[in-house]
Write a protein that binds this ligand. Sequence first.
Ligand SMILES: [Zn+2]
Length: 76
Amino acid sequence: MKTMTCRDLGGPCDQSFTGDDHNEIIIQQDAHLKEQVADGDTTHAEAAKAMKGRWKNPIGGMRWYRQVKRDFDALD
Ligand SMILES: [Zn+2]
C-alpha cells in the first residue's frame, strides 16, 4: 500500500490517495478531480481537463501514465 497526492498527479492540492498499484491511485485521482470540479472548485479545472484529454490522446496520456507508474514504483 502506497500513498500519492493530488499534487503528485499534476493536481493543485495535497489530498492523498492510497492503493496497491498506480491504477488504484489514478482512479481515485480521476474521481477526486471530477468531484472537486462538480463542487465548483476552479483550481482543479485544469487538471480535470488534462485528465479527460489523456483518455482522448493515448500517446500523451501513456507518457503521463508511465510516469505515474514510475513515481509509484519509486515510493518505499
Ligand atoms: Zn486535489
